[in-house]
Write a protein that binds this ligand. Sequence first.
Ligand SMILES: [Zn+2]
Length: 430
Amino acid sequence: MLLSRFQALVLLCAAVPVSAQTIVLKAARLFDGKADKLQSPGLVVVTGQRIESVGTGSELPANAQVIDLGDATLLPGFMDAHTHLGYPGGGDGPTFLIRMLQQTVAERTLASSVSARLTLQAGFTTVRDLGGMDFINVGLREGINKGHIEGPRMQTTAYSIGSTGGHCDPTNGTRFGVLQPELSPPAIANGPDAIRAAVRWNHKYGADVIKVCATGGVLSLVDDVDSPQLTQEELNALVDQSHTMKLRAAAHAHGAEGAKRAIRAGIDSIEHGSFMDDEALRLMIQKGTFYVPTLMALEGVKPSLAAGRLDPHIAKKARLAIDAIDATARKAISMGVRIAFGTDAAVYPHGMNAGEFRLLVAHGMKPIAALRAATSVDAELLGLSDRLGTLQAGKIADIIAVPGDPLQDIRVTERVMFVMKEGKIYRNTK
Ligand SMILES: [Zn+2]
């Protein structure tokens, strides 16, 4: 079996234990990532980087370090299937582009390392990073894997793939020539062959997931938010090329038609999906496509919208998407579309990822289903179910704790008190 770069790295890390020390984690409750209810009390035994056992059945090893978190709930490390750790937090369109152009790559990379740390401290031990510039996200992943900086385990794309003038074109809205060619990477492509080349180019330069802009978006200057931006043939080529290279593919899609083209092509997840109609949602159920509504994204745009800081065209698109997403997310949840947890971190300040739990529950999701979305469901979307996403013997020890009972108050997920990644403790504020 051929392994992706990411899989190989995870296996490599897993083969070298941090230490053979055994840690026993105790708390009043435990969510295993899959079940319909919590276990009580919660107990996990960790040796090195792996979970040794879960539950109170087995005898506790002698000489183990015991950490009793008290009235708290142990959970698998949260995952966020849609971040942009390479971008500063709080995107507001043109201002964002100007900031990007004023700062050196080194300055932005250092700022991103702070964002990565904030994300890990918030309990997110794995993220899927869907688009950035200057390969900062690829560098972050490597820096985290090598232990240079603290951050979540990352799957990342290099540059998002999209059409000329589309949502993912970094020079969208700028004068011809001024930002060329530095900001016109091969990821901006037209026609099936060029799209295939863009997938290969991403892979060559370190991507372990592919992101495509199938429709317009909110924070881009010249496109409509819902128009399709790639043809069916282009999306077919993108998914086929990605899957051939054992890479999963995610589609940014607000509009229904662009989303349907991506779903028909076999895309693994639809991101945002604001204007998806019943046909799109039914198609997702039929094909098993994951839906990542990223409700935090529009939540993140609201302050800039209210303060009048958005370009008028962007403000109009934001209002349209905000009006549509509520009903779409509710319907998708009630119809049983597979909802994965992702937030579009960077559109709101990094580290506030857990706000998505509250929004998913407000849109009709049961709290336990929202917890599953950020653990076992995301693990499935990211292709990591065999080693992450649940608390089970043999899995990698990514374990967090929140105070109290998240089923009684989902907002305790915003106050993560304990973070362990691969057996190493990064936070314990009990
Ligand atoms: Zn995004």
